[in-house]
Design a binder for this molecule. Structure first.
Ligand code: SF4
Length: 432
């Protein structure tokens, strides 16, 4: 009896990696592989790596050890960002057979099938700049919301960031190829798509920009919500807020990385806006789009960050209409220019500052949630956990509700009743 080859995946890092893993899973299935769940025995284990923080690097080594323990006969492929920038180091890890950078990782099925007995392979050619297409639709059987990748790479070269080295320069996915995948995702039952990329605001393919992508996705039957994952402050198309305000399929949710509330630090980071410009934009967003959720990223402990600089970040998060922040402790990346900067901030100070900002972010989220108590919102439910169905509203409120019905991937009208931990408890009203 012939054995159907099995492959399993682990994904580290960002939403873009998750979207690429979903596409790879479907590509392997199309070629006759069976995809095993994470941690289950498989002939091949593919780890989609990350290098955004030092944790990403350590996580890869830890995962390789875990795979070798659970699955000692598996051949391991390390692909993606860390594979691109730390090739030799990764190839030396035990049972690692392939190290494949970002230029070729979406060809993993062919690479595995081409395999001969020649041992380890390092495949990290330069990353091309041309528009690209993806070979399969990343139908995600575990989540109601699916990610759709529209762009990759970045030309901005912020001083703390290794992305232009790990993922290459900015390039966009072919417009028709995006629509083809979106149709397939909608036909497979996905009702919400999260538009994903490294710098999606710079999307450009044959005259089409980000707004054209959103408008084309809105025309697809079955798709009811489109969410933008994260967008750089200087790249938001002028008409985007108007579209959100019009309550189209575009979610009232804007995740825009501020990184620091200090102009001095922003200049050192080589960001392209001032704190005032950022504030002006988000104030306009809340004026134009009632109920909008605004999230941001903040880096703590960038070299030279003084108490005063940090305080400026605190004030910004506290006073401005920012409803949550993802807080990152600065870690110097090998190719990033900030590595050369003097005045590192001591680790214990970084930790304390991170803790303060995370607490503040939790309080801001709560205030946002409280402002919506008593309203009725449309929720797309995803999964059941500890007796509650969990879902999100278009403006990114996490909901918990009790129901005996099966609500996965269902729309429900929900009355927001009270704060319940990190979520809001709701009472189901009527469908849709
Ligand atoms: S905009 Fe800056 S932080 Fe974002 S990916 Fe590009 S270089 Fe990195």
């Amino acid at each position: 009896m012939s054995h159907k080859p099995t492959v399993s995946f682990y994904t580290l890092g960002c939403r873009l990696n998750q979207s690429e893993t979903a596409v790879l899973e479907r590509s392997f299935e199309a070629k006759g592989f069976s995809v095993a769940a994470e941690g289950h025995p498989a002939d091949i284990v593919i780890i989609n790596t990350c290098t955004v923080t030092e944790n990403g690097d350590t996580d890869t080594r830890r995962l390789v050890n875990k795979v070798n323990r659970l699955n000692p006969h598996a051949r391991i492929a390390l692909i993606g960002c860390q594979a691109q920038v730390q090739k030799e180091r990764l190839l030396a890890l035990p049972n690692v057979r392939w190290v494949v950078g970002n230029a070729r990782k979406m060809d993993m099925v062919c690479i595995v099938q081409e395999e001969n007995e020649n041992g380890r392979r390092l495949i990290t050619p330069p990353i091309p700049r041309e528009s690209f297409a993806l070979p399969a639709a990343g139908i995600d059987r575990r989540h109601a919301r699916a990610n759709i990748k529209i762009q990759d790479g970045c030309d901005f070269f912020c001083s703390f960031c290794e992305i232009p080295y790990a993922r290459g320069r900015a390039r966009s996915r072919k417009f028709d190829n995006i629509l083809w995948e979106a149709e397939a995702l909608a036909s497979a039952g996905h009702k919400e798509l999260v538009v994903t990329g490294i710098n999606v605001g710079t999307y450009s393919d044959k005259g089409h920009g980000l707004l054209d992508v959103i408008e084309a996705l809105e025309q697809i039957a079955g798709l009811e919500r489109i969410r933008i994952s994260s967008i750089e402050p200087t790249t938001v198309p002028g008409a985007l807020l108007k579209k959100m305000a019009g309550r189209t399929k575009l979610c009232r949710h804007l995740h825009m990385p501020l990184q620091s509330g200090s102009d001095k630090t922003l200049r050192e980071m080589k960001r392209r806006y001032s704190v005032q410009e950022f504030k002006d934009f988000i104030r306009k967003a809340v004026r134009m789009v009632p109920g909008i959720c605004i999230g941001t990223d903040l880096i703590v402990g960038f070299p030279g960050e003084t108490e005063e600089d940090f305080e400026a970040s605190v004030q910004c998060l506290k006073e401005e209409p920012i409803h949550y922040a993802h807080v990152f402790s600065y870690s110097p990346r090998s190719s990033a220019r900030s590595r050369q900067l003097p005045a590192p901030v001591p680790q214990r100070v970084v930790q304390e500052r991170s803790r303060l900002l995370r607490d503040l972010s939790g309080r801001k989220r709560r205030v946002f949630y409280e402002s919506l108590i008593g309203t009725r919102q449309k929720v797309l439910f995803e999964q059941k956990k500890e007796g509650h169905w969990i879902g999100v509203t278009d403006n990114y409120v996490r909901m918990r509700a009790r129901s005996e019905r099966h609500l996965a991937n269902q729309w429900m009208g929900v009355d927001l009743a009270e704060i319940d931990g990190q979520a809001v408890r709701g009472v189901l009203s009527a469908a849709g």
